[in-house]
Ligand binder design. Structure first.
Ligand code: FPP
Length: 262
């Protein structure tokens, strides 16, 4: 994996006890990054993979428990066939190249999305990487591939419908917590921080249900330029936020006091 600088020199203003548990990232702007340099879009994606490697490594060093990267959306299938092929090739190389590093650093890899749409070889690599890193207990690295938030919700509704039809569940038993268990992200905490690069101000169908209370960090930086300093800036901005989940400041303080007593 790419080299990361000594943490003590780059995190002086970061409170390492108040880091987000789950960071989700919409990695956007690879194409524009390449265009600005007169390069082919695929070169931008290759540079994007390097940025991802750096961010994964730093997230692990900081003890962030969940990192979820939006690598390929359902809508991305409409891109030119050659670009899709190049992205799939980059993905396969990424998996092969990072396997040992993930194992050594106790990172459990998984992919979420409509994975059946992916080429068979990619599906095989994803399954092998997931199995080979399953023991990783320090961080879950999730790649969202062929992913769409609305489709994820629709497939959860279909699965729930089947349970109800089979008589294993009553409609009245369905609440938000139970519903979450039918999403691809079952068992994962919701993202605390969602980063989007390249100056776009949209969720673009990413983790729609899960982002209900997520802090958003939007930056003009194009994804291939999003490196350690940029990630730390986002984490720092997150620590300045006042997260209240719809409660009053007094209620939050009372909750914090009661949590610290337990
Ligand atoms: C966003 O830039 C990038 C994608 C949709 C493609 C895939 C992402 C990567 C290759 C980065 C990391 C991948 C792995 C495997 C960890 P864009 O092409 O939408 O950029 P644009 O909006 O400037 O055209």
């Amino acid at each position: 994996m790419a080299q990361v600088k000594d943490l003590s020199t780059i995190t002086p203003s970061l409170d390492t006890h108040r880091l987000p548990r789950h960071v989700a990232i919409i990695m956007d702007g690879n194409g524009r990054w390449a265009q600005q340099r007169g390069l082919l879009r695929n070169k931008g994606h290759a540079a994007g993979v390097e940025a991802a490697r750096i961010v994964i490594r730093l997230a692990r060093k900081l003890d962030i428990s969940y990192l979820t990267l939006f690598a390929f959306s359902e809508e991305n299938w409409q891109r030119p066939a050659l670009e899709i092929k190049a992205i799939m090739g980059l993905l396969r190389r990424f998996l092969a190249r990072e396997l040992r590093e993930m194992q050594e650093n106790q990172i459990a890899f998984q992919a979420i999305g409509n994975l059946k749409q992916l080429p068979a070889a990619v599906q095989r690599d994803l399954a092998q990487t997931t199995a080979a890193t399953a023991a990783g207990a320090k961080m879950v690295l999730t790649l969202a591939l062929s992913y769409g938030g609305r489709s994820e919700i629709v497939q959860a509704v279909q699965a729930l419908g089947k349970e109800i039809q089979a008589g294993r569940l009553q409609p009245g038993e369905v609440d938000a917590a139970l519903f979450s268990r039918y999403l691809y992200t079952a068992g994962m905490p919701d993202p605390d921080l969602l980063i989007r690069t390249s100056g776009e101000y949209r969720l673009s169908n990413f983790l729609l249900w899960q982002s209900a209370y997520t802090e958003l960090y939007l930056t003009e930086t194009l994804w291939p330029d999003f490196r350690e300093e940029e990630f730390l800036k986002a984490l720092h901005a997150y620590q300045q936020r006042d997260r209240r989940f719809g409660l009053t400041q007094e209620q939050i303080e009372a909750l914090n006091a009661s949590n610290s007593r337990h």
